[in-house]
Ligand binder design. Structure first.
Ligand code: FES
Length: 374
């Protein structure tokens, strides 16, 4: 690359045009300036290589007709003018002069136009966190996969309902329940894998897709709840697929700590309800505790209640019957809600006792030693 001035002191020779036509979009770096150099239908264009949205590398994107599409979240800018796509022309990145002289592509080091970011109303989720002074708020997250049109009895959800009812009716908390199966939300598309900074808060998908309902979970966890109770079945020794789908989308919450030194989950309490026809309760609980701890949640003593009848018990109809009639298990779920609420109270008011001298045995390890069956 010849960086000697040509007829002005600001032009740079990028090299032979023939060599720069393919690939039709590339990043060129001139000192500290990144340029997205493109060639569409034989015409070269040069615009800033830094996207207006979150700084994505436009030169590493792709061409969509005459527009450069950002590889991070697909904002588009005209490859020659730098203007946003139709309807968003005001959102423009700087344009650089580009000319072909004697078979070489020359580009101006200084931009010919200025960057302009059209005002975008901040997403409601981006509002500051606010403490509230009302009753404690308990959010239940049910992650089992139910078909709302053909409901069935879910053991994890049933225990969650008992916990929430107790929180509302006996503890005076406000409660909400989110059933992930009723939320239409997209799987994480791995923006983080392109660049840590491509994973934004609020989530890029939430900002781009008004039909994506993950916003309900973000709102509940980040802005609304003091206590979150997460219920999952055990599926092949792990939490449910819906649980993991949600967890992947929560990466943007955890990522704010990494990228922006911003903790979005503060002084919030998490408790877990885990049920399954087969075992691995401790493995499932460990996975969930690890993730919610990394979000910033704290845990009450005995942070989960669980139930399984063991490796060889595939007779799920009996499992359902067992949970339905087990007052002990439902009491365990109620007391989990109570322990979590007590901790939330201590966090809010700085006084009180979290751990009682006795704990409900239902849902606790070996709560009821089983005699061998005859
Ligand atoms: S679209 Fe370019 S950084 Fe988001």
């Amino acid at each position: 690359m010849n960086t000697q001035p040509a007829d002005a002191d600001d032009w740079v020779d990028l090299g032979p045009a023939e060599a720069l036509r393919d690939p039709p979009l590339r990043e060129v770096v001139l000192g500290r300036t990144k340029i997205a150099l493109s060639c569409v239908d034989g015409a070269f264009g040069a615009v800033s290589g830094v996207c207006n949205h979150a700084g994505g590398p436009l030169g590493e994107g792709r061409l969509e007709g005459a527009y450069v599409e950002c590889p991070w979240h697909r904002w588009k800018f005209h490859h020659r003018t730098g203007e946003g796509e139709p309807g968003f022309e005001e959102d423009r990145v700087p344009r650089h002069e580009v000319e072909v002289r004697d078979g070489h592509v020359w580009v101006s080091r200084q931009a010919a136009t200025r960057r302009h970011k059209a005002p975008h109303a901040p997403h409601p989720l981006a509002r500051p966190l606010e403490a509230h002074t009302g009753a404690l708020r308990v959010l239940g997250l049910s992650t089992t996969n139910l078909d709302p049109a053909h409901p069935r009895y879910s053991t994890s959800q049933a225990l969650l309902v008992s916990a929430l009812d107790h929180a509302r009716l006996e503890l005076g908390c406000e409660t909400r329940r989110i059933e992930l199966a009723e939320l239409d939300f997209r799987a994480c598309e791995g923006f983080y894998s392109r660049s840590a900074r491509a994973c934004t808060w609020p989530c890029s998908i939430t900002q781009m897709d008004p039909n994506d309902r993950m916003e309900t979970v973000y709102e509940g966890l980040v802005h609304w709840a003091d206590v979150v109770l997460v219920a999952t079945p055990i599926r092949w020794g792990a939490p449910s697929a819906l649980y993991f789908k949600m967890v992947e989308r929560l990466n943007c919450v955890q990522n704010q700590i990494t990228l922006a030194d911003k903790v979005l989950i503060r002084d919030k309490v998490c408790g877990l309800i885990i049920t399954g026809g087969q075992d691995n309760v401790q493995g499932v609980a460990g996975q969930m505790l690890g993730f919610f701890a990394e979000l910033g949640f704290v845990f009450p003593p005995f942070p989960y209640v669980a139930h399984t009848r063991g490796w060889s018990a595939e007779d799920m109809e009996n499992n359902v019957a067992y949970v339905r009639r087990s007052e002990e298990l439902h009491q365990g779920a109620r007391e989990l809600a109570a322990r979590a609420a007590r901790l939330a109270q201590v966090l809010r008011w700085g006084a009180g006792e979290v751990c009682a001298s006795r704990v409900a045995r239902g849902g606790r390890k070996a709560s009821r030693p089983h005699a061998p069956e005859a």
